[in-house]
Design a binder for this molecule. Structure first.
Ligand SMILES: [Zn+2]
Length: 100
């Protein structure tokens, strides 16, 4: 199972949520400056990614991707720019709704 490293993002590959076929998971880059941008994007600054850490495709703009043979891959130097909180607000309110 792969999880997205972004705080508040619950995307993962355990298949619980059906409607996320278009989500792919991307490993952190090795290049230090780029890696720092990725870490900042997780919202978790006192944290370092492991080699298994990934960020899901929801946090990248469409232009960041190039078509690979089997799946979309990230262009070099792409980093997450999409506001995570915007994506998760909907999920959070759904969660609250389910609890009440
Ligand atoms: Zn995510």
């Amino acid at each position: 199972m792969v999880n997205c490293a972004v705080i508040n993002c619950k995307n993962c590959t355990n298949g619980r949520r059906k409607n996320q076929e278009n989500v792919s998971f991307h490993r952190f880059p090795h290049e230090p400056n780029l890696k720092r941008k990725w870490i900042e994007a997780t919202g978790n600054k006192d944290w370092s990614p492991t080699k298994h850490s990934t960020i899901c495709s929801k946090h990248f703009e469409e232009a960041s991707f190039v078509e690979g043979k089997k799946q979309r891959i990230l262009a070099n130097a792409a980093y997450p720019t999409v506001d995570v909180l915007k994506i998760t607000t909907e999920e959070v309110s759904l969660f609250i709704y389910l609890l009440t």
